[in-house]
Structures are given as C-alpha cells and as structure tokens.
Write a protein that binds this ligand. Structure first.
Ligand SMILES: Nc1ncnc2c1ncn2[C@@H]1O[C@H](COP(=O)(O)OP(=O)(O)OP(=O)(O)O)[C@@H](O)[C@H]1O
Ligand SMILES: [Mg+2]
Ligand SMILES: [Zn+2]
Length: 330
C-alpha cells in the first residue's frame, strides 16, 4: 500500500524529492488528445461498446474496469470552492432516495471533504483483501480521508495522484452499483486526467457558480474532458440565487444566466440550478445532507431535480452509444 504521508502540503501536486532540491512539476500533456482516434459521428457508431453509457471513441489506455458498476460519473469544476463536494454528496443521496444503488468516491486526495459532508468516520473494514465502502445515508462511500487519519497535510507527486485515485477504485469492493459518483479535486490537474484515462467514465458533470470567472474556468475544464473524449453530461449551476429571508425575492448574488449561456455555447446540457441556502451549508457541516434531513425542503427538491436531469442525460447518452447492428448482405 502506498497510503503513506510525507511532510508539507501543496495542493497543486508539486513534485518533491528529498533531500534533493524541489523540482518543478513537469507540464501535463494530454497524450490522448493527439493519439486518440476521432470520435465517430454521433448516432452512427458501429464500435462495439461494452457497457451501457460508455462513450464511443473513448481513449484506449483504460486499465480499470468496475464490472458491477453501471454508470461512473465524475463531478468536476474549474474553480475551487464552487460547491462540487456539496453537490456530489447531495446528488448521491438524492439518487439513493430515488431507489438507485449509489457509490460516492472522494477523489480529492488533497482535501478529502466527503467524509465530513456525509458524516462518516472510522476506519473502513477490509474483507478478502479489499476495502469495504462505508455506508452513509444509503450511499456507499470511500475517501482517502478515511484511510489516512489525522490532519497532517499529505503531499503527492504528480504520478502518485493518479495512482491514489486508481487504487481507491481498484482496491475498494464497490459491489453492484447503478451509479458511482466521483468527486474530483478542482481544476484540470492530475486526478481528472488520470481518472479519465484509467476508467471509461460514463461522463462528467461540471459544477460552476454563475460568476464569469468561475464559468470561464469551467469552460476550460469542459475543453479538457472533450479532448479526453469524456462525454460532458452537463453543467450544474450552484449558488445560483439567494431567496431573501426579508423580501422573499430571488437575489442573484453571483450574476444570472451565465451557466445556461455557457451550456449553449459549449453545446452541453444544462442540468439545473441549486440556490444558495444557509441550510445547505449547515447540513453539510453537520454531515447530514439536506436531502436526508428535509427531503421536501426546496433545497432538497433542487438537488432531486438535478439528479433526475442527470439520469435523463445518462440514459440519453447510453442510448446514443449503443452500437448499430450491421446486417450482412445489405
Ligand atoms: N448551494 C449552497 N448553498 C450554501 N452553501 C453552499 C452551497 N454549496 C456549497 N456551499 C458551501 O460552500 C463551501 C464550499 O463547498 P464545497 O466544499 O462543496 O466546494 P468544493 O467545490 O468541493 O470545494 P473544493 O474546491 O475545495 O473541493 C462549503 O462551506 C459549503 O457548505
Ligand atoms: Mg471539494
Ligand atoms: Zn431582499
């Protein structure tokens, strides 16, 4: 097992070797971008695809398969702090509440926050040499935060990031799942890159706030996933508006309409909006996602609505990905 810790922090995955002086992280190349075959025209694929929801023309380097998992959906963002983990946790609970078997992998190995959001603590069991996910609010959850205890910062060299994420996928017995949601660290770094190359993701959901700065970076992140041939299932706009406790009007604190416009421009689906609510933050801090505590509250309904739209896009994509049978002699 590599789950060891070294000294000092950086969140950008700077490569450090001791006692040699610090080295700069080499630039990340997107090998798939130049070597992957062009994707077949949508709707006319004759490429056999193994699993429902797998993208046609996906990169060839994949090494991991999760035989019991039907859909693997990564949750990404360009900018940090836009509510990706909050959205991941609440979408997982919303999907579980609609009867789906759901796993949630915290792939933010620098700053795992899913255990706190889901109120899950304690060391997971190991059975038959595989880690058993921790169950919380009906969701099977795993995070490096459960395996590497303490608050000491973890340092990861670039390649280790990918290995850590892959190991969390491989060494965990995910069992039979309809959905495995994967909460990524922000940005276009090693984790999303390595994950997209290691696993045939069904697709990626990008979380953004309505702010221009967040959307600009979200668009960059979408560009990376498109290059990696990972289908973009859509953008979720988080902190869309605030329902004022004084005048009951919606206040668009971070701007309005930007995510829809970005979706139109990028030709990706708009999955819906999650308002800014104090209860979302409070229930997140308390480790009891709002969908669990108050499923009929507007906050929870917003997540349930986005989860249904996500399901719709996943189904649409898997229909499109089905190979067309060619009848010989025609
Ligand atoms: N819709 C919302 N309403 C109120 N608070 C929210 C909402 N979404 C997220 N938050 C709060 O914003 C903060 C950041 O959220 P979160 O940790 O989910 O973001 P993140 O994108 O995962 O961050 P990071 O980039 O560090 O991984 C948290 O305190 C969370 O409770
Ligand atoms: Mg996070
Ligand atoms: Zn007001």
């Amino acid at each position: 097992m590599f789950f060891g810790r070294k000294k000092s922090p950086p969140r950008d995955g700077v490569e450090v070797s001791t006692p040699a002086p610090r080295q700069k992280k080499p630039p990340i190349h997107l090998p798939m971008a130049s070597t992957a075959p062009a994707p077949p025209a949508s709707g006319s694929s004759t490429v056999p695809v193994g699993r429902a929801g797998t993208a046609p023309g996906a990169p060839a380097q994949q090494t991991l398969t999760l035989p019991g998992v039907t859909y693997t959906v990564a949750i990404a963002s360009g900018k940090g702090g836009v509510g990706k983990s909050t959205v991941s946790a609440n979408l997982a609970v919303a999907l579980a509440q609609s009867g789906k078997r759901v796993g949630l992998l915290d792939a933010d190995i620098y700053g795992p926050s899913i255990p706190a959001l889901m109120g899950a603590h304690g060391h997971p069991d190991v059975r038959d040499e595989r880690i058993v996910p921790v169950e919380a609010h009906g969701v099977h959850m795993m995070s490096l935060g459960l395996l590497v205890p303490g608050d000491e910062p973890t340092i990861w060299r670039g390649p280790m990031v990918g290995q850590a994420v892959q190991q969390l996928l491989r060494d965990v017995n995910w069992g039979e799942l309809d959905y495995l949601l994967i909460d990524l660290p922000p940005g276009t770094g090693d984790a999303p890159l390595s994950l997209s190359q290691a696993l045939r993701l069904t697709g990626v959901v990008v979380v953004s706030t309505p702010q221009d700065v967040a959307l600009n970076i979200a668009v960059r992140s979408i560009g990376m996933f498109k290059q990696l041939r990972v289908p973009v299932l859509g953008i979720v706009e988080n902190m869309s508006y605030f329902v004022c406790t004084h005048c009951s009007e919606r206040h668009y604190i971070f701007g309005h309409g930007g995510a829809r416009k970005a979706c139109d421009q990028q030709k990706v689906p708009f999955l819906g909006e999650i308002p800014l609510y104090q209860a979302i933050r409070e229930t997140g801090d308390a480790g009891v996602p709002i969908a669990t505590t108050a499923p009929d509250a507007p906050e929870a309904v917003a997540f349930a609505t986005v989860s249904r739209e996500l399901e719709r896009q996943v189904k649409k994509l898997s229909r499109r990905s089905l190979p067309i049978l060619q009848v010989s002699g025609q």
